[in-house]
Design a protein around this ligand. Structure first.
Ligand SMILES: CC(=O)SCCNC(=O)CCNC(=O)[C@H](O)C(C)(C)COP(=O)(O)OP(=O)(O)OC[C@H]1O[C@@H](n2cnc3c(N)ncnc32)[C@H](O)[C@@H]1OP(=O)(O)O
Ligand SMILES: O=C([O-])CC(=O)C(=O)O
Length: 372
């Protein structure tokens, strides 16, 4: 058997949701640059779920549905308040929260198209409320109830901080959500598809996907980038820090990609947002350090930054706690996970590859008293 390490280059599904061809990313055929410039996150959610842009009325309908379904079951708020989760990573809390949402949904096990679409809305609506409620409760603050008159991006920041964000913050956060929404068969989306291809329920697929996104080689890299920037501390320390990592063949978080060779097309948007936000918030050093790291890594290793690299300083400048960076990725990627889960159900076959056995041959059972 020929093994493709890490399944590199293996085409394991067909999809009409997003594509990466020659370093160009599209959602349903629309280029990411156009979407980043013009689209609201709600439009992107509709696009991914229905494979077409919404009319004004369809968009209003989806926006209203997301707002109406954003409240969390009271039992989940009670759990967050009564459990000491201060030392738990928010991605672990979110993974558990996703399972809990399934337990509170009386339709969790229903598999018809209509019930699954209703779950899609509930999932996208509630994941924001969950992440922000957890963030406040662990700091001893009351959760802030979602508002029906705010955009998805604005509502997230409002529930996080208890204040409606200014236009600049809303725009930046919306763009970040749009850029992270879907990405073909990345590890967490593949995980979700593998899970639901057994005809398991949507909450199980989502919990599996959250677990996969958490790792530092995938979504967890954005928090890793900020940790690195904090460790470096000042612009003059960048060179020595990065050189030491490269000399010791250590990975630099936020660089490299399995599919892109010439560079991640999302990174330039986040780079520009980082430049602007770091300037406006009076913290230009984070952008300056990031730019210097990029120059060194691309010059010496020819490895370009990925989506996680500049998103770190963007979220930092929006005043977001560093361990919430990956949960925010999950909030956005829920739109893509849900789209892929629904697509998998539409034309399902269990996903079951083979392994090349390399263990010992011709072994036999030895009674326990005879084992050395
Ligand atoms: C949203 C996302 O998931 S984007 C990715 C987020 N992850 C990160 O930023 C973590 C850092 N990056 C990485 O670990 C990798 O580039 C991955 C996981 C993204 C891709 O992994 P793979 O496709 O398996 O590439 P692989 O790890 O084999 O790298 C190929 C070569 O580039 C090097 N390389 C890749 N990424 C990096 C990096 N970030 N820093 C230093 N060297 C790197 C590897 O050491 C390897 O070198 P070698 O051939 O001399 O051994
Ligand atoms: O596609 C991948 O392998 C990882 C990635 O960039 C994403 O999930 O956004």
């Amino acid at each position: 058997m020929t093994v493709k390490s890490g399944l590199e280059g293996v085409v394991a599904a067909t999809t009409s949701i997003s594509s990466i061809i020659d370093d160009t990313l599209t959602y349903v055929g629309i280029g990411i640059d156009e979407l980043a410039e013009f689209a609201s996150f709600e439009e992107v959610v509709y696009l991914l779920w229905h494979r077409k842009l919404p009319t004004k009325q369809q968009l209003e309908e989806l926006t209203a549905q997301l707002a109406e379904n954003a409240e969390l079951p009271e039992g989940i708020i009670t759990f967050l308040k009564n459990t000491n989760l201060k030392d738990n990573h928010p991605m672990s809390v979110l993974r558990t929260g996703m399972s809990m949402l399934g337990l509170y949904d009386p339709n969790a096990e229903k598999m018809d198209t209509q019930s699954n679409y209703q779950k899609a809305i509930e999932l996208q609506a509630k994941i924001s409320t969950f992440v922000t409620a957890f963030s406040r409760i662990r700091k001893g603050q009351e959760p802030v109830a979602p508002r029906k008159d705010l955009s998805y991006a604005s509502n997230f920041l409002y529930m996080l901080n208890g204040e409606v964000p200014n236009e600049l913050a809303e725009e930046a956060f919306n763009k970040a959500l749009v850029l992270h929404a879907d990405h073909e068969l990345n590890a967490s989306t593949f995980t979700a598809r593998v899970c639901v291809a057994t005809l398991s329920d949507m909450y199980s697929g989502m919990a599996a996907a959250i677990g996969a996104l958490k790792g530092p080689l995938h979504g967890g890299a954005n928090e890793g980038v900020m940790k690195m920037l904090m460790e470096i501390g000042e612009l003059e320390n960048v060179e020595a820090y990065v050189q030491e990592k490269m000399d010791n063949k250590k990975k630099i978080m936020g660089f490299g990609h399995r599919v892109y060779r010439g560079g991640d097309p999302r990174a330039k948007h986040l780079r520009e947002m980082s430049r602007q936000l770091c300037q406006i918030t009076g913290e230009p050093k984070w952008y300056a350090m990031s730019e210097k790291i990029e120059n060194i890594v691309t010059k010496q290793k020819n490895i370009p930054p990925n989506v996680d690299f500049y998103s770190a300083s963007v979220y930092h400048c929006l005043g977001i706690e560093h361990d919430l960076f990956t949960p925010i990725f999950a909030v956005s990627r829920t739109s893509g996970w849900v789209a892929h889960i629904l697509e998998q159900y539409e034309n399902n076959r269990i996903i079951r590859p083979r392994a090349d056995y390399v263990g010992p041959d011709k072994n036999s059972y030895i009674p326990i008293e005879q084992r050395g």
